[in-house]
Design a protein around this ligand. Structure first.
Ligand SMILES: [Zn+2]
Length: 76
């Protein structure tokens, strides 16, 4: 590895952890600034997330849960 290249080092967010948990905690070994999914030393990948994406998914899941609680499709 060249000295002028840095690794991404990102770790998987809690909500993207999978079993076994030890493997889920390994950092990304791709070069800093990569555009694809993160990848650890074992070759496992996970998606690159932004705060905007996490917020949008939270709104989506909350709205689906509300729809379910209020009686399903057409209840709103
Ligand atoms: Zn990465």
């Amino acid at each position: 590895m060249s000295a002028d290249k840095y690794l991404c080092g990102a770790r998987r967010p809690k909500w993207q952890e999978t079993s076994p948990l030890v493997a889920s905690r390994l950092p990304c070994v791709l070069e800093e600034g990569h555009g694809e999914a993160h990848q650890d030393a074992m070759g496992q990948t996970w998606m690159v997330t932004t705060p905007e994406l996490v917020f949008a998914l939270g709104v989506l899941f909350a709205s689906e849960e509300l729809r379910r609680l209020l009686g399903g499709e057409g209840a709103l």
